[in-house]
Design a protein around this ligand. Structure first.
Ligand SMILES: [Mn+2]
Length: 364
């Protein structure tokens, strides 16, 4: 057992016993390490006779499908609650355990930290000035994952847990080590051995990652199939800057049905490329229903652009909407026309958008 796992065991024992309720939070948009360790911590809290709640305040957009499946399957069994529900349940002796995270800005309870009487941080990421202030903090940079540390605690406390929990913890370890290629020590393998003895099923764990792989492929094809993405250069007159905007549609098979998450991820992914200061991705969610995802990583207010179209809107860097139509290209045309009318800036929100000139148009 690692020194950090020993300390976690001691601190958990003390903090849980002194509390009325236990709230567990991972980082926003949870991954397998965050959610696996949170579920295991909930079992530990229950083992001490306390009510435990896991706070997950993310909406469905942006969540990995495998994570969403785990959340749905465990919502009732493990009291997975929203931030709002947390506000109504919290009392003056509530303990907060932050797992797989230590920065304030990465937790949904960032504005409520003073409402907890005790805070325990368990993590394996670097700390900085934004780290949650508490004396009870175990941050072990040498641990592969929190799942690895919590597996040791479960073993040491001789707590019974089922195959599902073993699966989630194993998924956490496999994710964070990139299948034992990074940060892997003898302790990592020892924790893996314990999880497999508890019935962890590698086929199941692999299937979680396979789902993600399939989705990646679909998104890659949507973005990179020649002709699908159009690159357009605009002049943002208010800032005297040239901006690159991309428009992506499955142009060969425009009727292809996508999940909302695929379209959102494709728009996010486009921003990783130099060619996109803002990106728009369009696709059908079902017959006669076109979804637009708009993203910006520059001083282009895509929320304002989307706001000019009925049933669309959002904030400056992340926007979108749903339009009832069977003509996806007409939606794109309208969108381009709205952009030509004016490219709103985030820095100068009050200025009337000037007429935007199209400088260049090319297809991938
Ligand atoms: Mn992690």
């Amino acid at each position: 057992m690692s020194d950090s796992a020993k300390r976690i065991k001691e601190l958990l024992e003390k903090s849980i016993c002194n509390s009325s309720k236990v709230f567990i939070v991972g980082h926003n948009t949870p991954d397998y390490d965050s959610i696996g360790s949170a579920l295991a911590l909930s079992i530990i809290a229950k083992n001490y006779g306390k009510n435990a709640y896991i706070i997950v305040n993310d909406n469905d957009i942006g969540l990995d499908p495998g994570i969403k499946k785990i959340l749905d399957e465990n919502k009732k069994i493990h009291n997975i609650i929203s931030l709002e529900e947390c506000h109504s349940l919290i009392d003056e002796h509530s303990l907060l355990i932050a797992t797989d995270v230590n920065k304030k800005y990465l937790v949904s309870v960032k504005n409520d930290l003073d409402k907890f009487s005790d805070i325990l941080v368990i993590d394996h990421h670097e700390e900085d000035k934004e780290t949650i202030p508490t004396t009870k903090k175990i941050v072990d940079l040498s641990a592969s994952s929190v799942s690895e540390m919590i597996t040791q605690v479960l073993t040491s406390l001789k707590i019974k847990y089922d195959q599902e929990i073993a699966n989630y913890l194993l998924a956490g370890i496999i994710l964070d080590t990139k299948s034992y290629q990074n940060n892997t020590t003898a302790i990592t393998h020892d924790a893996t051995k314990k999880l497999i003895q508890k019935g962890a099923d590698l086929d199941y764990v692999n299937s979680l990652f396979l789902t993600e792989f399939d989705q990646e492929g679909k998104i890659e094809l949507l973005i990179h199939t020649p002709g699908n993405t159009i690159f357009q250069e605009y002049e943002q007159s208010s800032l005297l800057k040239t901006r690159n905007i991309t428009f992506t549609i499955n142009r060969a098979s425009p009727g292809t049905i996508y999940q909302k998450l695929d379209i959102a991820k494709a728009a996010d992914k486009m921003l990783k490329f130099r060619v996109a200061d803002a990106s728009f991705v369009l696709g059908f969610l079902k017959e006669n229903m076109v979804c637009i995802s708009a993203r910006s990583r520059s001083d282009i207010n895509v929320g304002q652009i989307m706001g000019r179209i009925d049933y669309c809107g959002g904030n400056a860097k992340n926007a979108g909407g749903l339009i009832e139509t069977d003509d996806i290209f007409a939606v794109e045309k309208k969108l381009m026309k709205e952009i030509q009318w004016g490219l709103p800036s985030i820095a100068l929100p009050l200025e009337e958008p000037p007429i935007t000139k199209v400088k260049k148009l090319r297809k991938a």
